[in-house]
Design a protein around this ligand. Structure first.
Ligand SMILES: Nc1ncnc2c1ncn2[C@@H]1O[C@H](COP(=O)(O)OP(=O)(O)OP(=O)(O)O)[C@@H](O)[C@H]1O
Ligand SMILES: [Mg+2]
Length: 247
């Protein structure tokens, strides 16, 4: 009896000229897992997320989500299937207020499922604002928000989509050290309520240890380790190529 995988990527390849961004990448994710992707700059982490979310077409390999092939599908179609992501740089409507940005995110979800239209969008936006501790900035234009708050809002907007699979590209980068745990606590709590699965790219190994139950390490486009944090982070190759932690 084999449990159905939420995500199943097989033999992914991607080259940019001479740069190998993905080389025989095989990653399967079961529902409910909390996975972190680690690796130095240029290791291929974002490339993997871009291939899963339809922003990049793999040169070879296959990707299944919820049992259906998704490679070759548009980012929009993949989003509609419940794979939602944030980017390394926040993607906000700069002229709208924080609250309006969240309303737009909530509304975009309902636009894809008309059966849900009687749900109360503004109630939901308010709930997310409260959860993420954004009340003080509610009426401010996104353009004038401090960097850390922009980042929070950006993540709140993707959490508001209630993804089946949430992919976060460096959620804590640019967030003050004292606020990183708070941010991740809120995200993980929201995911638990929505029964979402999360993959997040992270450079901070304290965050990796605390918030993931599985670590996938990349180097030069390849997966060099995949396992629980206490094992993957102890791997000699991961220490040498990724974390620089001594034996
Ligand atoms: N659209 C692109 N065009 C050309 N080269 C690219 C493109 N996207 C990625 N690359 C290259 O592919 C390699 C992997 O990049 P990728 O963005 O996946 O790294 P990353 O692990 O996310 O790194 P970082 O931690 O810096 O975000 C790098 O050498 C990068 O320069
Ligand atoms: Mg990246």
């Amino acid at each position: 009896m084999s449990e159905a995988k939420l995500l199943d990527a097989r033999g992914l390849q991607k080259k940019f000229g001479a740069v190998v961004a993905a080389e025989d990448v095989n990653i399967s994710i079961a529902s409910g897992e909390r996975v972190s992707l680690i690796g130095t700059n240029g290791a291929g982490k974002t490339t993997f997320v871009n291939m899963v979310t339809g922003y990049l077409k793999p040169d070879a390999g296959s990707i299944h989500f919820d049992g259906r092939p998704i490679d070759g599908m548009s980012p929009m179609s993949i989003t509609r299937m419940g794979v939602n992501r944030s980017f390394q740089m926040p993607q906000l409507f700069l002229q709208l207020t924080l609250e309006e940005n969240l309303l737009a995110a909530v509304a975009s979800r309902f636009a894809t499922s008309l059966a849900d239209t009687q749900l109360n969008d503004s109630g939901e936006a308010s709930e997310i604002i409260r959860r993420f501790g954004l009340q003080a900035h509610r009426g401010m234009r996104a353009a004038s928000l401090p960097g850390g708050v922009r980042k929070l809002l950006d993540i709140a907007m993707v959490v508001a989509l209630k993804p089946k699979l949430l992919m976060l590209d460096e959620p804590t980068s640019g967030v003050a050290a004292s606020e990183k745990y708070g941010l991740m606590d809120v995200v993980i709590a929201a995911l638990k309520d929505d029964q979402s699965t999360v993959m997040f790219i992270e450079h901070d190994m304290d965050i990796v240890r605390r918030y993931s139950d599985r670590v996938i390490a990349f180097a030069a486009g390849r997966v060099i380790a995949d396992g629980p944090p206490e094992i993957a982070l102890r791997d000699p190759l991961v220490r040498q190529l990724v974390t620089g932690e001594p034996d």
